[in-house]
Design a protein around this ligand. Structure first.
Ligand code: ADP
Length: 536
């Protein structure tokens, strides 16, 4: 631990909260710049909404959301419209303050007029979301799932998902929301930090019972009831990959600003906590992403009034130790050096596979079969193989037991969604000054000129007006006043506008794909021309 900084460079830096050390020039850091900002409730909702605009069916795993206060009138109008078209629709909404955690400040409402827009806490920016009224219940209780996901690299994209997670239970039997029970947090909110204070909270050493259980225990139970757990795993993997695809464009903007290409800097990886709710029909819904998920393997127990003691929590330990262990194995700095040995090991892989199967036996057999079979569903490529570590110590020679690569493994099925990544690449190209995250008016004009987007129907004066209009509106939302100029989301909006103008009759994602192709083509031609001129 270096609470006051350090002198010598390290192989791996494990920061407690966020990426904040500008003096790192090598090694690997366990946080990406900008991740904390990206997974805040408002930013995540915006990023997912951009993807919902492009691919509404693929991104239907996130509840319909509105951003407060700016979208309050839109929220009122849309709810009124939906109620008019379907008078039997009796929705409930959940209001969540931006940047809040552990259920802090969350409340349920039946009508938009119940939103508390006044008062210092209430006027905090927030997300209001359609409340999922029919969650899957186990033992009559609502629960959510915390899954750990390792973002091992942004470029190229590498994602791993932990095979087991935690299920966190409410402590009051669930009833669909009514005006009478809306305030009962132990019935509606699954947060551990809230339910721990309920008299009904059950600490259990057994992974199958209690208020916190392993996700695998739930899957085994569902499987024994005949549920299609293969499909569930496949849907969860899709949800995770699609969510990360929604986050990567802006993460890349943060990344190039903090760690500019061509300068010495560290590489990053990060363990994320995905909170997922299962609906009654087993459809997984994304609740939120945590950039700094708790890795505690103990819980506090009140021995006598006011006297607390930390006691080990076997459920947390089983899930979290495996995640950290496998993460360290995957980012092991010695690993690269051992590539040669790895090739040698390839030949004896069959032997190791037997060992792997042996180690997987302690897990629920059904679950294993289920998740492996499920991979076939998603995977058109070669069969899944565990990650091997090749150090000489017997412990480190074990395959990675819990983290499983899902990207690039399933890249083929998801690459068509990565349009905004390519828009972000155009944005980054025209940012100009290293270290910035916003595009100035000159950069925007150069983008239009170099991509040959201006013509007699779209003059440079109209380009300036587009820039000013969109930039002013995004900056008035008060997201980031540190720099002036056009942020990535504003650029994406401008890009979508240009695409709609140019390719009128196509669906939005085809318009955007066509414009990206058009821009990339002209930029490649320009680069070639410059290269030739340079040579001359
Ligand atoms: P926090 O960061 O404060 O924990 P979450 O978004 O995770 O905020 O919400 C807290 C809890 O509220 C969740 O764990 C879940 O039980 C419940 N919840 C959140 N959003 C919804 C929703 N759209 N529908 C149903 N329950 C929800």
């Amino acid at each position: 631990q270096f609470p006051f900084g350090r002198r010598l460079p390290c192989d791996i830096y494990w920061h407690g909260v966020s990426f904040h050390d500008n003096d790192i020039f090598s090694g690997q850091v366990n946080k990406f710049p900008g991740m904390t900002e990206m997974v805040r409730k408002i930013t995540l909702s915006r990023a997912v909404r951009t993807m919902q605009d492009l691919f509404p069916l693929e991104y239907n795993f996130y509840p319909r959301s509105w951003i407060l206060p700016e979208e309050f009138p839109l929220f009122v109008a849309e709810v009124r419209m939906m109620k008019d078209s379907d008078p039997s629709w009796k929705p409930t909404f959940i209001v969540k303050p931006d940047g809040g955690c552990q259920g802090d400040g969350i409340y349920l409402i039946k009508d938009p007029s119940d939103i508390r827009l006044t008062g210092s806490i209430q006027s905090r920016p927030a997300v209001v979301q359609e409340y999922i009224c029919k969650p899957l219940l186990v033992d009559k209780l609502k629960f959510d799932i915390r899954l750990y996901v390792l973002l091992k690299s942004l470029e190229p994209l590498e994602i791993y998902i932990a095979k087991d997670g935690l299920s966190r239970f409410c402590t009051e039997p669930y009833q669909e929301p009514t005006l009478k029970n809306l305030h009962q947090v132990f019935m509606h909110l699954t947060n551990y930090s809230l339910n721990i204070h309920s008299g009904n909270f059950i600490h259990s050493d057994n992974v199958n019972t209690g208020s916190k259980r392993t996700f695998s225990s739930i899957l085994c139970r569902l499987s024994s009831r005949g549920a299609d757990v293969k499909k569930l795993w496949s849907d969860i993997i899709s949800l995770v990959i699609k969510t990360i695809i929604a986050l990567t464009p802006e993460l890349k903007v943060y990344y190039q600003s903090d760690i500019p290409a061509g300068k010495p800097g560290p590489t990053c990886f990060q363990i994320l906590g995905f909170d997922i709710l299962l609906m009654k029909n087993l459809k997984p819904m994304l609740l939120e992403v945590n950039a700094n998920p708790s890795m505690r393997i103990e819980h506090e127990q009140e021995l006598s009034p006011g006297v607390f003691e930390n006691v080990p929590s076997p459920v947390d330990e089983e899930v979290k130790v495996a995640v950290i262990r496998d993460t360290l194995r995957l980012v092991d700095p010695q690993k690269k050096k051992r590539k040669d040995i790895q090739q040698h090991i390839e030949s004896s892989k069959n032997k190791v596979n037997i060992r792997y199967n042996y180690f997987m036996c302690y897990r629920c057999q059904t679950l294993e079969h289920v998740s492996e079979a499920n991979e076939e569903l998603l995977d058109a490529g070669p069969a899944d193989r565990p990650e091997y570590d090749t150090t000489k110590s017997p412990e480190a020679g074990l395959p990675s037991l819990c983290l499983k690569q899902v990207f690039p493994k399933y890249a083929k099925q998801f690459n068509y969604l990565r349009l905004v990544d390519r828009v972000a690449a155009l944005f980054i190209r025209f940012l100009g000054v290293k270290g910035t995250t916003k595009l100035g008016p000159t950069g925007f004009r150069t983008f239009i000129r170099n991509c040959k987007l201006s013509n007699s129907n779209f003059s440079m004066a109209s380009v300036d007006i587009l820039y000013i209009d969109i930039t002013r509106r995004w900056n008035s939302m008060g997201i980031d006043h540190k720099e002036s100029g056009m942020c990535l989301q504003a650029f994406v909006e401008a890009f979508f506008c240009l695409a709609q103008k140019k390719y009128k009759s196509l669906p939005l994602h085809e318009q955007v794909a066509s414009l990206i192709h058009f821009c990339e083509y002209h930029l490649a031609a320009l680069d070639e021309k410059r290269l030739v001129c340079g040579r001359v």
